[in-house]
Design a protein around this ligand. Structure first.
Ligand code: HAM
Length: 430
């Protein structure tokens, strides 16, 4: 019986595998490796440390943080366990922010240091309908700078992500930012917005009519054409923000301008999670379809306190690795191995294996045939592997304690000891 992979999940395959179509190009381990290496190096350069949290948490954590009325919590979580348990059911994490903040509070980390700059990279799960760039298991890479309210930190997270994009060769991106205000000014804006929407409420889609009562801000990011036309005339949050929020936004904008990161203020960026305050932002790519958000983030100044920690501000983002890979402009091939070992006669496979092991232990990458195939077939494998060198051991080489090293590009051959082969391989790498 062939069940296939569950809907919304994909196998990520070695680069040698034929993967059909450009839509599928991201299913390639070499691309992931390139993105992950660039992201890790960039996180380190910006002073972020790695955190790893469980892939599942108590369901209640997401209700309390991501938000009771958000799409993610209302209908997209994979939940399991016994609802009768004292702490309720578990859910696979639909996002990593709540787990990271829970860990910081749980482990009393704020008593050790006031600001934590953390990064993460791992799977997230949402029960969504499959679409280009939308999966049920996907990979989030992100940062949380928890413990400080400086607008420079908001800008830093955006500059960091722009650097990641630059590093992996994604050029077709746009950054849009907005401010949602704080506890002091958001209530006033909510009322202003409701007043402006109310007279035309009947013309909005059913979803928006529901949002009107529960979370009126979400009307601003509805993608339904009719709603977009109506909501484009609505008052913008930043115009109704308090002086402190306006000053914060100016601080963020100034730092972005100085860093040369292009951005646009877009009052329609409201984000689909409840914890945001002040700055919110999204990076999008024109190379994607409807799901064009490659990264979303923002400030959340009350979440740490709401989860039992100190009253400190935080800011962060998460990016969808698969969407970044779809937006990448250059293909990534596998790193070619250094050598391929070939046994001229069957009885010399042991000698080849010993040399292969010695070279691998000396830091070189390479392989040999494990199927007892003919010399010709082994040479074909050596070619196909893309290795810079092949080494052969025949009766003559075995008797002399050497290997025949063959440069696969130039064709030059020489009989050398394994020790000498290492120097040649080292030179070949340069
Ligand atoms: P989010 O906007 O829900 O924010 O997700 C962040 C990114 O994850 C999106 O921009 C998208 O690239 C990717 N993503 C989301 N859902 C899917 C999906 N079903 N398939 C593929 N990719 C997807 C958050 O998760 C927040 N925790 C971000 C954050 C961190 N804010 C502050 N700190």
């Amino acid at each position: 019986m062939n069940l296939g992979s569950p809907e919304g999940t994909k196998d990520i395959l070695p680069p040698q595998a034929e993967i059909a179509g450009p839509e599928e190009k991201w299913r390639n381990t070499a691309l992931y490796q390139r993105l992950e290496a660039v992201a890790r190096a960039t996180f380190r350069r910006f002073g972020y440390e790695e955190i790893r949290t469980p892939v599942f948490e108590y369901t209640a954590l997401f209700h309390k943080s991501s938000g009771e009325t958000t799409d993610i919590v209302e209908k997209e979580m994979f939940t399991f366990g016994d609802p009768e348990d004292a702490k309720g059911t578990y859910s696979l994490r639909p996002e990593l922010t709540p787990g990271v903040i829970r860990a910081l509070v749980d482990e009393s980390l704020f008593s050790k240091r006031s600001t934590w700059k953390l990064w993460y990279l791992g799977p997230a799960f949402r029960r969504e309908r499959m679409q280009k760039g939308r999966f049920r298991q996907f990979t989030q890479l992100g940062v949380e700078a928890a413990g400080a309210s400086d607008p420079l930190l908001d800008a830093e997270t955006m500059i960091l992500f722009a650097d990641v994009l630059e590093g992996v060769g994604v050029r077709s991106w746009k950054l849009r930012i907005n401010s949602l205000g704080c506890a002091a000014c958001r209530g006033g804006y909510r009322e202003t917005l409701k007043k402006a929407v109310a007279p035309e409420l009947a013309r909005y889609c059913e979803n928006c009519r529901r949002r009107f009562e529960r979370n009126v801000f979400r009307i601003l990011d509805c993608k339904v054409e009719g709603c977009v036309a109506l909501s484009s005339k609505l008052p913008a949050a930043i115009d109704h923000a308090c002086d402190a929020c306006k000053a914060h936004m100016k601080g963020v904008e100034g730092a972005l301008r100085e860093a040369g990161v292009e951005y646009r203020i877009d009052p329609r960026i409201v984000r689909g999670l409840d914890y945001y305050t002040r700055t919110v932002y999204e990076f999008s790519s024109s190379r994607l379809g409807a799901q064009n958000a490659i990264c979303g983030g923002g400030r959340y100044d009350t979440l740490v306190r709401d989860m039992g920690g100190p009253d400190v501000g935080s800011v962060g983002f998460a990016a969808g690795a698969e969407r970044i890979l779809l937006a990448m402009e250059e293909p990534a091939g596998a790193e070619p191995p250094d050598f391929f070992g070939v046994a001229v006669t069957e009885d010399l496979r042991g000698a080849v294996f010993r040399a292969v092991t010695e070279l691998r232990r000396a830091g070189f990458s390479g392989d040999m045939d494990y199927e007892g195939r003919s010399l010709k077939a082994q040479m074909r494998s050596a070619n196909r592997s893309g290795a810079r060198f092949a080494f052969l051991i025949g009766p003559d080489e075995a008797a002399r304690g050497v290997v025949k090293l063959k440069d696969m590009k130039g064709g030059a051959e020489s009989a050398v000891s394994v020790e000498e082969a290492k120097s040649v391989l080292r030179g070949g790498k340069a």
